[in-house]
Design a protein. Sequence first.
Length: 333
Amino acid sequence: MKKHSAASPLRRTLLLGGAAMAASALLPRAARAAGFPDRPITFICPWAVGGTADQSMRVLCQAAGKALNQTIVVENRAGASGMIGAKAIAAAKPDGYTIGQIPISVTRFAQLNMLSADPRTDFTYIARTSGQTFGIVVKANSRFKTLADMVAYAKRNPGLVSYGHAGVGGATHVGMEQFAIAAGIKLNAIAYKGGAPALQDLLGGQIDLLADSSSWAPQVQAGNLRLLATWGERRPPRFRDSPTLKDLGYDVVVDAPNGVGAPKGLDPAVDKILRDAFRQAVASDDFRKITDTIDAPIMYLDGPDYQRYVSQVYDQETQLIARLKLKALLQQG
């Protein structure tokens, strides 16, 4: 059989074909990302339809969808303090077509065995978006006109003042207990299956205080409730007359920021496309309007920065869980 020279057409074809195959093996991510996204993206919202988190995430997804020139479909998977949705995100295929909201509480609930995923390693973080405004409210006719009134009474009557919260280990429970420690008081914590039933019991006089996110805002503005203090770094625009815990001398800040993430193993090129889209979405006028409406401060961080933030909070939560004996409380409940 005749041998082909190095310069023969067949050899050149084989060499070029081999080079093309090698290049495609080396650059599959760029090739895949080039057409991303070419179909709708599913966004898992771990909260119920109609709530403040759901409202803000829908506006965020609309803005991100415009940047991507693709539809983002919001799918609500509520329950277990947001952990059902977080679990679904962690278990999804890491192709960029399933993403969702990841609350910072994953750092606590993973350590309380309520999430079978490690938030430090099992997600690809796309962006931190916004926080929440939490506060302590009482009925308008309460004996407690100020937070100082309540603290003074609680010191004289340990365990007598009751407060409602949205579940053991959640931000409202943990934040209130941090405050109680800082104030040197003992309160009677009553767990509810969400902030709405706790709010109803406050209005009905069954509890003395409510610790919750700004679900109380309409009732405060209507004059039915009094806001004693908020928990953020700064006073929210709608409630500038109400002090923060820091204003009152308590070194407690709780803002429970939310973020957007995907499963671990996401193609870096796809990750960048999503990060760019959600950066634009967080900066959009539409998102700022909805966050202003629900008193949710913008707290943007890019994905890698958010990943580092999650790891820092995880370590802080380890200490907090031990200090508040949260594992024992969950076993009792």
